[in-house]
Design a protein around this ligand. Structure first.
Ligand SMILES: Nc1ncnc2c1ncn2[C@@H]1O[C@H](COP(=O)(O)OP(=O)(O)OP(=O)(O)O)[C@@H](O)[C@H]1O
Ligand SMILES: [Mg+2]
Length: 308
């Protein structure tokens, strides 16, 4: 089971779109995918589940917030698998591929924003030993829970859609991950953000490994940067974007050769259809280009994972 966080500090760069479409294409190819939405905006959740369905069936007890709430209250939460749902529309569509793939989801909750403050109150302690132990408890919970999931479920891959920040919930996602995928727009601020993300991830890993015992050490690797919202001209990104792609490469981080082009019509409509673009019918003239691109991204993504 691969565990991958999809993260960038920068908001609106395509993290959720990449998460949904990677999941869609991987499941179409037969993979069993678990998506975890750790963003209080719940965009990934509402890309697969209707708001009224969420409201009546999941809001009160089947979201990642309920799981974190138990921790904040000092209780042992139920196993993560109790919080998993199987969204209907996308899985109906996936049946058409006959490859046996599936997308499951742990929903988010708009109230997740408050969880961070509550988790923060559990940090610290009367002495160094207790502080270290509390630090590991607060930041390592999701990792422990996903590890348990691996022994009781059949997922091939877990994708964690992160919020555009570096709070305790996001840190839980990084600590739980073996790999990190960074969607980015090729522009000045995104390039700065990638550098900062690399450094803060390194710091988090260093701190966690200092506090944890030897067998508990973590080593999440940056799988790469995937560029999104590319404006294509004559078969390649426009010059202004190429410049920032080059600049990102100079940061020494792997960049995926395949990218996702900008198409507002297709990408802004998809979430309300509850099926990612990768799985939609070829109903729009420019749609097949995009689906080809997503297939290229997933080919590259799978070979990066195989090469590990
Ligand atoms: N390739 C694309 N072309 C055009 N629009 C896109 C593309 N990818 C994403 N979008 C749109 O851009 C907006 C932001 O995308 P998305 O929600 O995936 O980003 P995000 O990084 O997850 O944002 P946040 O930081 O708020 O979680 C959405 O309205 C989405 O529909
Ligand atoms: Mg998002």
């Amino acid at each position: 089971m691969n565990i991958i966080s999809i993260i960038n500090y920068k908001g609106g760069v395509g993290k959720t779109t990449v998460s949904a479409n990677l999941a869609g294409e991987l499941a179409w190819r037969g993979k069993k995918v678990l998506l975890i939405d750790t963003d209080a905006q719940a965009s990934l959740t509402f890309s697969f589940v209707k708001p009224d369905e969420w409201d009546s069936n999941y809001k009160d007890s089947k979201t990642i917030k309920s799981w974190f709430d138990a921790i904040s209250l000092g209780k042992e939460p139920e196993q993560l698998k109790e919080y998993i749902i199987t969204p209907n529309a996308v899985n109906e569509q996936l049946k058409k591929s006959n490859a046996g793939g599936r997308i499951d989801l742990i929903c988010s909750h708009l109230g997740l924003i408050n969880v961070d403050l509550e988790l923060a109150t559990l940090l610290g302690g009367v002495n160094m030993t207790q502080s270290k132990s509390n630090y590991i408890k607060v930041h390592g919970k999701l990792r422990d829970a996903i590890a348990k999931l691996a022994t009781t479920t059949d997922y091939d891959i877990v994708l964690i859609d992160c919020p555009p920040n570096f709070n305790i919930v996001t840190k839980n996602a990084i600590v739980a991950s073996e790999q990190i995928l960074i969607p980015a727009k090729p522009d000045y601020l995104s390039t700065l953000g990638i550098d900062y993300l690399q450094r803060s991830t390194k710091e988090l890993v260093k701190e966690f490994n200092e506090y944890v015992n030897e067998e508990g050490r973590i080593d999440p690797k940056i799988l790469g940067v995937i560029f999104t919202m590319i404006q294509v001209n004559a078969g390649q990104p426009i010059a202004a974007q190429r410049q920032y792609i080059q600049q990102t490469k100079r940061l020494g981080v792997n960049t995926l050769k395949n990218y996702l082009r900008e198409n507002k019509t297709i990408f802004s409509d998809a979430p309300q259809m509850l099926i990612p673009v990768a799985l939609n019918a070829y109903s729009h003239p420019s749609h097949s280009n995009i689906v080809d691109e997503i297939e290229g991204i997933v080919d590259e993504f799978e070979s990066l994972l195989e090469a590990l």
